[in-house]
Design a protein around this ligand. Structure first.
Ligand code: FE
Length: 262
């Protein structure tokens, strides 16, 4: 397997590239519009074919690159089926493995940060790797105070779906704001200040309810845009419009020309 952890600094988002070396097929988990060209260059440099973009949830802090990646590469857009997005090609559900060539991801329905959030578990029989989205972050977790968030629900998702995994499971989150890149289930059980050391549901809910986080600066355009798979809505403020206006890419980065979408 080819694996890359890619970072978008404005929203501190991690995008994950997983590729099946035999077929050259790959998936980008949570690609960000701002790093569209960077991601196309990574695909080109590695000689890979983008088969899918795959979202963990309806992001409020960035616009997805899904729609533009589909325009430039002909890939398919996969999102949780519960999101019911007309723009998507594939609806993901727990219990239905998601295959990228010979690679398999197991979707885990993990609501709480949003009501339709899914994480993805890779398991090759020797090593389990969890792409935890915003449900579980490194010594943190996704906020539960906007969109369809709910702290009790998030607690149950993490306890039932994540903390039941083997301690040595590697965990790659969708964000880190302090430059950290990876954790494990064991480390989060021990060190997560909100959930670790056997914190009760009541303790977790009290912590989440006292965070007093600021209003997300991109939510008013990111959520409506992501409901259209990352199409920029009209209300994107001037300072964030740059990536919206990209309509061309160098030819060598495009695997399926615009206007040839079939
Ligand atoms: Fe999020």
């Amino acid at each position: 397997m080819i694996f890359r952890q890619l970072f978008e600094p404005d929203s501190s988002t991690y995008t994950y590239l997983l590729a099946d070396e035999t077929s050259g097929q790959c998936v980008l988990i949570d690609p960000v519009l701002d790093t569209l060209e960077r991601d196309l260059r990574v695909l080109h440099d590695l000689g890979l074919t983008l088969s899918y973009t795959l979202e963990t949830h309806m992001h409020a802090d960035h616009l997805s690159a899904g729609k533009k990646l589909r325009e430039f590469t002909g890939c398919k857009i996969a999102v949780p089926a519960l999101d019911n997005l007309a723009c998507a090609d594939i609806g993901i559900e727990e219990g239905t493995p998601f295959n990228i060539g010979t690679l398999t991801l197991h979707p885990l329905f993990t609501p709480g940060h949003t009501s339709t959030h899914h994480a993805y578990l890779f398991d090759n029989g020797m090593q389990k790797v969890l792409f935890s989205g915003d449900a579980l972050l490194i010594e943190a977790c996704g906020r539960t105070d906007f969109q369809s968030g709910d702290a009790q629900t998030l607690y149950r998702s993490i306890q039932d779906k994540f903390f039941s995994l083997p301690d040595e499971t590697l965990v790659y989150p969708a964000h880190d704001y302090e430059g950290r890149q990876i954790t494990t289930i064991r480390q989060e059980k021990n060190r997560n200040p909100r959930l670790g050391k056997g914190k009760t549901e009541a303790e977790f809910v009290a912590i989440m309810n006292s965070l007093n986080l600021p209003y997300p600066r991109k939510i008013d355009f990111a959520v409506p845009g992501n409901q259209l798979c990352g199409q920029c809505p009209d209300n994107v403020p001037e300072q964030y419009r740059g990536p919206c206006d990209i309509i061309q890419m160098p030819d060598f980065l495009i695997s399926k020309p615009l206007g040839d979408q079939g």
